[in-house]
Write a protein that binds this ligand. Sequence first.
Ligand code: ADP
Ligand code: MG
Length: 238
Amino acid sequence: MRLAALRQQNWLILHDVDSLSDEAHSHQPGAWLFDPEHWRRQQRVTGQAPGRGESLFIDRGAEQWVLRPYRRGGLAAQVSEKRYLWLGAERTRAFRELRLTAALFDQGLPVPRPVAAGVRRLGASYEAALITVRIEGARALASRLSEGSADEALLERVGEMIARFHNSGLDHVDLNARNILIDDQDAPWLIDFDRCRLRAAGSWQTSNLERLTRSVAKFSPACDAAMCAISAGYDRAS
Ligand SMILES: Nc1ncnc2c1ncn2[C@@H]1O[C@H](COP(=O)(O)OP(=O)(O)O)[C@@H](O)[C@H]1O
Ligand SMILES: [Mg+2]
């Protein structure tokens, strides 16, 4: 992917050049990309993602986008829900996640194509959002586990997929059954690379899998069998 950065007043934007090429003729990529009101006015909001309910699905004609603002959870949210400490554009959550997702995408790994990261600087802090291409018809592995429609073959593919990411050095710090999506062809995808990074082999692979096991236990009545299938796929591909 070809990434380009631009500045517009107090906004810093990093985007995939090709995803926004049609925009260059009409209006330049800018802050409007990350403004939910802009998309609502254009009647392009087709829904919102499950979960915290902050992520919007946007109709772009040929494809759909997911617009996700960065939000803190837990205790930190009481300080400020949306603001993070400014340490330079490249150290923002959004720039990091966009660059990492682009690197994984370029390796042919099953991740959504990243479109743009937007950062609004507010003195010593910033707010940010990320746009990716929506994986059409995808549902969370969590839902498939809860309804008992994740068969052994599918779970083995999930395990193989995780091994491929691990072979590439991806430490996914929030590897749970909601961050694994299953498309309408029953193929697994990995999403949500906030705070994730590429690193040399270590003990983190095991931590990732332990995190996933706790998540699978939450959603699947047959957790042991599910993890057994995931591990079989993982071992085969690692
Ligand atoms: N590219 C995508 N295609 C389809 N759905 C997505 C995509 N990205 C995010 N989602 C949906 O939005 C939800 C939230 O996105 P995620 O990146 O996991 O952020 P967070 O968990 O931090 O809110 C996901 O659980 C998923 O349901
Ligand atoms: Mg998530």
